[in-house]
Design a protein around this ligand. Structure first.
Ligand code: IPM
Ligand code: MN
Length: 370
């Protein structure tokens, strides 16, 4: 049977974005050859550099253009000479919203050979996924300011959630948790009693029911109602402040965590550090019924731009997530395995400039060991 044919819109973006996306594309193209499918990338110059040079971040019909593709592959957006908010709202958040990518999926996985800042923790201990709701919360942009520049200036930014938003996010998280029961270590977060009761995975809701009593009461009720349809999934709840402790002290407790947009933003930066830093933290903005966009969690790293020293593995692994989502599971797994070989046998560190290899060489190593 002839392999499939995919078209991807690449948005390398700013700073080190183009450098890491180039390595990601190189690895994906090698995987395509090996696993017998075709994949073609069209690159667009959208982002901060275009904004500085031409005054627009992306064209008006950007979303229409993207809809012709099977997925979007994004590097990084951000420039130190553009005030905060403009690029974020103008491209990253705009695409997430306009394409209704209501899930931000962020795997937290300690790769072999990677130095973990948590003493004594091994790859066995850190292997969970954060399902960050990606369409609501304070990100909706509701609120405003009055009496600006007076002592009485008032500003609000409202935490917004609809039941429908919460339900669709929880559905995704429960389904994901259910699928993860094939994992190598099925005991994560589960006691022998849980196992005896037929539980095969665990889903933790992270919220703040003790203070945000409207919004997280909605989440909590929806969570418990949906749990009845998933008797195989053990449910668990943590306040967001407490989960920051447990993610550091006992990451082995977690399997799948589902949370709101803002909390998910914060805890996944913490989580990324526990897996060795931004150099390896991959993510996907997912619309399960539509067009998804894959991007490393880290930013544009202006300090390292153009030096061929940034770690491309986060972009490479986001590329693997993209292939997985497209249905090329074997290729995705091969990339992940090769990346694990590279972290365990080759790299001295995951940090920019300290890897013992250049950005391009790390890409080559992943290709070579596919
Ligand atoms: C992220 C980033 C974005 C977010 C910013 C750049 C808008 O921090 O992807 O986590 O807050 O979602
Ligand atoms: Mn963030």
């Amino acid at each position: 049977m002839a392999g499939k044919n995919y078209r991807i819109a690449a948005l390398p973006g700013d700073g080190t974005g183009p450098e890491v996306i180039a390595q990601g594309i190189k690895v994906i193209e090698a995987a395509a050859k090996k696993f017998g499918f075709k994949i073609k990338f069209d690159s667009y110059d959208w982002g901060g550099t275009r904004y500085v040079n031409e005054g627009t971040i992306m064209p008006d019909d950007a979303v229409e253009i993207l809809k012709k593709y099977n997925a979007v592959y994004l590097g990084a957006i951000g420039r130190p000479d553009v005030p905060p908010g403009i690029l974020e709202k103008g491209i990253l958040l705009k695409l997430r919203f306009d394409l209704d990518q209501y899930i931000n999926l962020r795997p937290v996985k300690l790769f072999p050979g990677v130095e973990c800042p948590l003493v004594g923790k091994t790859p066995e201990d850190i292997d969970y996924v954060v399902v960050r709701e990606n369409s609501g919360d304070v990100y909706t942009g509701m609120g405003g300011v009055a009496m600006k520049d007076t002592p009485h200036e008032v500003a609000t930014q409202v935490m917004v959630y609809t039941r429908a938003q919460v339900d669709r996010c929880l559905r995704f998280a429960f389904e994901l948790a259910r699928k993860r029961h094939t994992r190598k270590n099925p005991w994560r977060g589960l006691t022998p009693e849980d196992i005896a009761a037929g539980k095969t995975s665990q889903l933790t809701l992270c919220g703040k029911t003790n203070v945000l009593t409207y919004v997280f009461n909605l989440w909590e009720r929806a969570f418990h109602e949906m749990a009845e349809q998933y008797p195989d999934v053990k449910i668990n709840y943590c306040h967001v402040d407490a989960i920051c402790m447990w993610m550091v002290k006992n990451p082995e407790w977690f399997d799948v965590i589902v949370t709101s947009n803002m909390f998910g933003d914060i805890i996944t930066d913490l989580a990324a550090m526990t897996q060795g830093g931004m150099g390896i933290a991959a993510g996907g903005n997912i619309n399960p019924e539509g067009l998804s966009m894959f991007e490393p969690i880290g930013g544009s790293a202006p300090k390292y731009t153009g030096k061929n020293v940034i770690n491309p593995l986060a972009a490479v692994l986001s590329g693997a997530m993209m292939l997985d989502y497209l249905g090329e599971k074997k290729a995705a797994q091969a990339i992940e395995k090769s990346a694990a070989f590279v972290t365990s046998r080759k790299l001295k560190s995951l940090s920019a400039g300290k890897m013992g290899y250049s950005t391009e060489e790390v890409g080559d190593l992943v290709v070579k060991n596919l």
